[in-house]
Design a protein around this ligand. Sequence first.
Ligand SMILES: NC(=O)c1ccc[n+]([C@@H]2O[C@H](COP(=O)([O-])OP(=O)(O)OC[C@H]3O[C@@H](n4cnc5c(N)ncnc54)[C@H](OP(=O)(O)O)[C@@H]3O)[C@@H](O)[C@H]2O)c1
Length: 257
Amino acid sequence: MATALITGASSGIGMALARVHAEHGGDLVLVARRRERLEALKAELEAAHDVRVWVIVADLAQDGAPRKVYDLVRELGLDVDILINNAGFGLHGLFHTQDPEHLSQMVHVNVLATTMLTRLFVPHLIARGRGHIMNVASVAAFMPGPWQAVYYATKAYVLSFSEALADELRTTGVTVTALCPGATETEFKERARIGRVRGFEMGAMSAREVAEYGYRAMLAGKRVVVPGWRNRLLTFLPRILPRSWTVVMSRIGMEPL
Ligand SMILES: NC(=O)c1ccc[n+]([C@@H]2O[C@H](COP(=O)([O-])OP(=O)(O)OC[C@H]3O[C@@H](n4cnc5c(N)ncnc54)[C@H](OP(=O)(O)O)[C@@H]3O)[C@@H](O)[C@H]2O)c1
């Protein structure tokens, strides 16, 4: 069965994806900073399923971290069949008030780590003529986002990058899926210091629902998937509304109540 490398597997959607993959009988490489969380998940999955799990502790905000993860995977002698770039975080607030270092880390994790891990692993997938890449974007990818300007822009990058790569790889047997969740019950909201905003007050999906939906879509080779009808409506509106209205809609969803 396929081996999947999942970044951000220590909580939320990444942890749920790891459980879904293990239920399918697949081995796993779990990547994040919190070792104890990853070790606990490894113990849980190896006890419950006939799978092997490896833990790699890495801070993907650091320059060179994707290369270190890649080198460790090679040293372990593992072939990664499924690469899931899920690690990411947001930061709520007006751009001119936000901590520059925090913003820089966000771009590193959400954009650079996703890009470089994909660049490092994809030649192996192409050489074998099969495999899947899933990049976790967001409904935020479809619109500019006042109060989370940088976060929304990072997700627009992830979506654009994924769609272009999916096209480049169309004859290789390797598929690329951009999973675009809306509000989801994870540690994301608290870590992004979002507080009370309409975008989350209207209800959130569970990480498990999002993971199952994304995993199925990835295996089916779908390119862009949005879990939940409300999120699909949210990503449809920017296609028909003028861009200036979309920005206002987006602001109404994210400004503090
Ligand atoms: N929840 C939502 O409403 C929502 C909506 C749309 C898209 N998303 C996207 O879904 C993805 C998963 O987020 P989530 O909702 O599951 O949030 P979460 O519960 O906060 O999980 C984020 C994961 O990313 C990892 N991570 C963060 N910074 C990292 C770093 N510097 N190095 C390595 N790993 C790092 C965290 O692990 P450590 O802290 O242990 O390193 C954690 O495992 C993100 O890309 C997020 O943007 C979330």
